[in-house]
Structure formats: structure tokens, C-alpha cells
Design a protein around this ligand. Structure first.
Ligand code: GTP
Length: 462
């Protein structure tokens, strides 16, 4: 994904703030420096980087973190909001009849994007048509035609035609049955005057509802001039970033969006017609900041909480744990909460600080093993008496034998469960010195984040 590097380095800096309730000037400086470094590396324009970092610095030092918010969450929120400010919401694409024209330099991916967008509209139940006006590049006609056939959408082009404006006119007429007209235009090596003249004439002919600038994700500073030129001639309403499946940097796209005061409409993520996504700022920035997909995470947590309420388990308060009591029942409750949220690896990926780098370091089957182990633990717990669940430390060798037999597992796994419980209990005891409020908040947070509460659980434990 774009600016992917930003995630890991920023995450490292953010992680150093764990446990702090206030940010010092030095903390803010360090975070801002990290953001600047990453954005500049990703080819974001210097002036834009400076503007963003000034805003973050100012807000981080002036705004009081709301009650109950840690310094880390507070700064993450500010960085997130300031990034949203630049990236913006996704360009609005109404699902109704319309004409969209694509502009951009040669090779940026216009023709491919035209077919992809047509496919996208057809999946939304509309009838799209692609009109190919590129008479400049030999092969553009065949390429567009083939892709449209693959996408099973209407296509108009003229392999022998010499006048793009005439092709545009004829194309609009020939495809009048279609709801959505996507007009592909020719690219040039650079911003030559005749390219601009031509596109203005086509635009006058087809009268588009929206002009999209198609940019290769690898474009850097050049994006600014392009964006400005196209914007002043035809008006740019949105940007499409292509080739995000490569090792692209993508900073140029942010510059273009800022320059044209527009937003991102689609992302191209491959060479086939299906490789298109609508841009979604929440997920994009959350991942960018290495925060995991916060929106998705909170939805899952909410769902899990609702199910927990329905199951009548909403009376549980973490007070007992705060007093240092952590029974097997508490452990089981946490495991249940996690199970309700979905596959473990997906949850881990969404939790701030656990996604990205750490996941990559785990062997491929680590999550399976862990999930498998959790299932076994649950079966074992089902074979325990209430008393054993409340006082696991009192479980002796003969009870272990009985539990192993009763659960169809082995003594080794029962011992492993007890060991795991001990580790979690020990971890929690370390927090006993904390203030009551902090502790309560932390416990609620661990519960809320699902996986965080499983400290010491499996290969990803503390
Ligand atoms: N990997 C990848 N390749 C892409 C993507 N979009 C386009 N391409 C490739 O990029 C190359 C150029 O794409 P085109 O669609 O021909 O670009 P164009 O802007 O129409 O080019 P001109 O007609 O010369 O102006 C082709 O080889 C495409 O297959 C993408 O999202 N991912």
C-alpha cells in the first residue's frame, strides 16, 4: 500500500509513548520528525510535509488529551485527522447515468483504468461503455477493446480514425444505450500544448460530469505540475492512483490531490479488469499509520460486545482482576471474547502495535497453532469443575490426570494451560502498582481490543 514504510517507523516511535499520559515537547518533536522523514521518502512534496507537521505539532502541544485518553492515543488521533484533511474523503461517484473522462500522461494507466471502471460500474448494476479516443498510441484501440471484452462491457473505438474529437462524438452516439460513458483520452510523454488542446476539445464534445486524473503511484514531484495543468484546462474532480500493487511510493498522488483540491476516487492494484478498488480513507490512513484498520476493529469489538450482552455476560467488571485475582474463568472469558471477533490472525493484524512487522516475523503456521491451542484449552476448561476454574493453583497431579482423560487431551496440554494461566496472572500482577483509574482503563482497553488481553498467550505474548 502507498507509503507503507511510514507504518513501521512511526509505529516504533509511537510505541515508545506507551504508558505516558502526557506528551513532552521532545516526544512531539520526535514523532513529527519521524512523520516528515517517512513522507519525504515517499515523495510527498516538501511544502505539504511542512504544513502537515506544523499542524500536528501545534495541536499536540496545545490540545488537552480528553479524560481517559493516553498520550499515544491522543497524538494518533491528531495525526490521523490531519492526514484525513489532506487525503480527503473518497471522490463521490453516484451510481447513476453519467459521463466520466480520464486524463493523464502516457502510460499512467488510463486505458486499463477505463476498462476497470466500466467493470466496476457493471457490477453495480449499471450499463457502462468505454469510448477510446486515443489515436496517438498504436495498439491503444486493441488493448481497450480486449479489456472491454474481458469486462463484458460496451466499447467504441475507431482503429482507422484520425480525429479524436470526431471519435468521441461518434462514440457517444454509438453507445447511447449505455448509462455510464467512460471516455479514455490519449496520453503524451509530457505536458505538450497539443495534448491540452486536444483534451479540451474532447471535453467540450462529451461534456463530462467528472474528469479524473490518472496517476501512476510511482510519480513523484512531477505530479504537481501535471495536476495543475490538467486542472486549469479541464478541471480535475478526482484522482485515480494506479499500479499500487508495485513497490510504489505514492506521495505524488497526495500532492496532486492537494494541488487540485480534489480527492482520490479509485485505486488500481493490478493489470486485470477486476483489480480496482474504491478509495477508502479510513482504512487507508489507519494502515498507513500502522494503527491497523481501526474502523473495522471497532466494529468487530462492538459486535462482540453486543453478542456478549445477549449471552448475559455483561455484568463482569474487571475489579477482581485488579485486586490480583485472575481465575481460569477470567481467562476463558477473554478467549470467548476473542473467538467472537473472528479469525485470530485478522484481529492481530488490526491491533495497533501488533500488525505489520510482528505478524511478518511469525512463521506462517503460528496462528493456526495458536488457534488450535486455544480450542484445546477451551475443551480442557469444559472438563474442569467450578472449584478448579476458580482456584487453578490448587489443581494437583491426580486432577490433571482426570481432566486430561475427561477432555480427551493429554496431561502435557493441561499443564500447558495452567502454565499459561500463571503467566497471564503474573503479567497482570505487575500492573498492581498502578493507580486504580489507570488499571481499570487498561483492563477495559484490553477487553476492548480483544487480543491485547491475552498477554503472554502464544508466540505473540508479552
Ligand atoms: N501492475 C499494474 N499495472 C498496471 C495498472 N494499471 C495499468 N497498468 C499497466 O500499465 C501499463 C500502461 O497502462 P495503460 O492503461 O496502457 O496506460 P495509458 O495511460 O492508457 O497509456 P497511453 O495510452 O500510452 O497514454 C500497461 O502495461 C498496464 O497493464 C495497475 O494498477 N497495476
Amino acid at each position: 500500500m502507498v507509503l507503507d514504510d511510514l507504518g513501521s517507523s512511526l509505529r516504533g516511535t509511537m510505541d515508545k509513548l506507551r504508558g505516558k499520559s502526557r506528551l513532552s515537547k521532545e516526544d512531539v518533536q520526535e514523532i513529527v520528525r519521524e512523520i516528515q522523514r517517512s513522507l519525504l521518502q515517499a515523495d510527498v512534496e516538501v511544502a505539504l510535509v511542512m504544513e502537515l507537521s506544523e499542524n500536528i505539532k501545534e495541536r499536540a502541544l496545545e490540545e488537552e488529551p480528553p479524560g481517559g485518553t493516553t498520550a499515544r492515543d491522543h497524538i494518533l488521533k491528531i495525526v490521523y485527522e490531519e492526514m484525513v484533511e489532506i487525503v480527503g474523503e473518497s471522490t463521490e461517484i453516484p451510481l447513476e447515468p453519467q459521463t466520466i473522462m480520464l486524463a493523464g500522461l502516457q502510460g499512467s494507466g488510463k486505458t486499463t483504468t477505463a476498462a476497470k471502471m466500466a467493470w466496476w460500474f457493471s457490477k453495480k448494476g449499471l450499463r457502462p461503455a468505454v469510448i477510446q479516443t486515443d489515436t496517438f498510441r498504436p495498439g491503444a484501440y486493441d488493448q481497450a477493446k480486449q479489456m472491454c471484452e474481458r469486462a463484458e462491457v460496451d466499447f467504441y473505438g475507431d482503429p482507422d480514425g484520425g480525429d479524436p474529437v470526431q471519435i468521441a462524438r461518434e462514440g457517444m452516439e454509438a453507445t447511447e444505450d449505455a448509462d455510464v460513458h467512460i471516455v479514455d483520452t490519449a496520453g503524451r510523454h509530457a505536458l505538450e500544448a497539443d495534448l491540452i488542446d486536444e483534451i479540451e476539445e474532447i471535453e467540450a464534445e462529451v461534456n463530462p460530469d467528472l474528469n479524473l486524473l490518472v496517476l501512476d503511484a510511482a510519480i513523484g514531484q512531477g505530479a504537481k505540475e501535471q495536476a495543475r495543468e490538467f486542472d486549469s484546462s479541464i478541471g480535475i474532480g478526482g484522482v485515480v492512483i494506479t499500479k499500487l500493487d508495485g513497490t510504489a511510493k505514492g506521495g505524488g498522488a497526495l500532492t496532486a490531490v492537494n494541488e487540485t483540491d480534489s480527492s482520490i476516487a479509485f485505486l488500481g492494484t493490478g493489470e486485470t479488469v477486476q483489480d480496482i478498488e474504491r478509495f477508502e480513507p479510513n482504512g487507508f490512513i489507519s494502515r498507513l499509520l500502522g494503527m491497523g484498520d481501526l474502523k473495522q476493529l471497532s466494529e468487530r469489538v462492538e459486535r462482540a460486545m453486543m453478542e456478549q450482552q445477549e449471552a448475559g455476560e455483561d455484568d463482569w467488571e474487571p475489579e477482581d482482576i485488579m485486586k490480583g485475582q485472575f481465575t481460569l474463568k477470567d481467562m476463558k472469558r477473554q478467549m470467548d471474547a476473542m473467538n467472537r471477533m473472528g479469525p485470530l490472525d485478522q484481529i492481530m493484524d488490526m491491533i495497533p502495535g501488533l500488525g505489520g512487522g510482528l505478524m511478518d516475523q511469525l512463521p506462517d503456521d503460528a496462528m493456526d497453532v495458536t488457534q488450535d491451542r486455544m480450542r484445546k484449552f477451551e475443551i480442557i476448561m469444559d472438563s474442569m469443575t467450578d472449584m478448579e476454574m476458580e482456584e487453578p493453583r490448587a489443581i494437583g497431579a491426580s486432577q490433571i490426570r482426570r481432566i486430561a482423560r475427561g477432555s480427551g487431551t493429554d496431561e502435557e496440554t493441561v499443564k500447558e494451560l495452567l502454565q499459561q494461566h500463571k503467566m497471564m496472572e503474573r503479567t497482570l500482577k505487575q500492573f498492581k502498582g498502578m493507580g486504580d483509574g489507570d488499571m481499570k482503563r487498561m483492563m477495559k482497553k484490553l477487553e476492548g481490543e480483544g487480543g491485547g488481553g491475552m498477554g503472554g498467550m502464544g508466540p505473540f505474548g508479552d
